[in-house]
Ligand binder design. Sequence first.
Ligand SMILES: CSC[C@H]1O[C@H](OP(=O)(O)O)[C@H](O)[C@@H]1O
Length: 343
Amino acid sequence: MPQELRAVDWTGNSLALIDQTVLPHRAETVEIRDVDALVDAIQRLVVRGAPAIGAAGAYGVALALLQGEREGWDTGRVRAEVARIREARPTAVNLMVCVDRVMTRFDEGIEAVLAEAAAVQREDVEANRAMGAYGADWLLKRVGADRPLRLLTHCNTGALATAGWGTALGVIRELHARGQVEVVYADETRPLLQGSRLTAWELVQEGIPHYVQADGAAAGTILRGEVDAAIVGADRIAANGDTANKVGTVGVALACADAGIPFLVAAPTTTVDLSTASGADIHIELRGEDEVLEWAAVRTAPKESRGHNPAFDVTPGRLVTGLVTERGVLTVSAGELPGDHLR
Ligand SMILES: CSC[C@H]1O[C@H](OP(=O)(O)O)[C@H](O)[C@@H]1O
């Protein structure tokens, strides 16, 4: 993704969001000036990806303050509107963490809120760059650097999903910069196709060789020995290392375990939620059934059929070979816990 583009940016009095629902065919930015529009943008995945949603939520506090000034809201109303942003999507913990962090500056006023939101955005990019280096070093040491790597990824974890550079795709970018990527298999990621629309778009921008594949092809590609490692993002990491990520991820992890290749999760520590004990306690967002019953507003399933549409699944920590954060790599499957990075 061209570096001058940012998935989330503050204009001075509004949020500029790349509209991820129209990529890759149209590159458009939408201006968000009120809470309703931001909640809608988060829920329709105009802005998406745990860290990007976190950055948007952080600036959303400023948006609520400015709207409150325009519309004469009292403090209680502003706080209530911020809570709507905080709860706009339930699984990605970054949204709650980043809103809560900025709210610690709420009583100091708009400038302090904006300064904290800018720090959230800046620190996410810094974390992603650090993750890229840690993850690339770990993979080259584990798999070997004698030849470029064949990698598999699921959903979109690039600059579009973050404040910049990317998490799992940031590791892939770093490996590519070192000349260590032979090919990337990008799962299309039904039903909203974050892989074939967004990850493929970013890989094209970067000139990284890749195939888009059906989600159902991932396990066979792995078990046929065509992949050296899989690397994915995360939306919430529980205290025991269980990881919620885009639906379809756990199948990739199971195939990696059976094939004996590394399954890496790359996420900033803002995605770790020590208050959630295990994956069983993670709220999995159930999205509208039409997303799986239709495509491009055309019904694909019989009218009598119902749709089951969990947006995420949970990969047990025992299947996570390594958790890459901005502080290094934890071998979760060997018993190292996310909290070890937070102490
Ligand atoms: C670094 S992005 C983390 C995570 O967010 C994506 O979900 P969504 O596209 O629904 O926002 C996907 O699960 C990514 O792995």
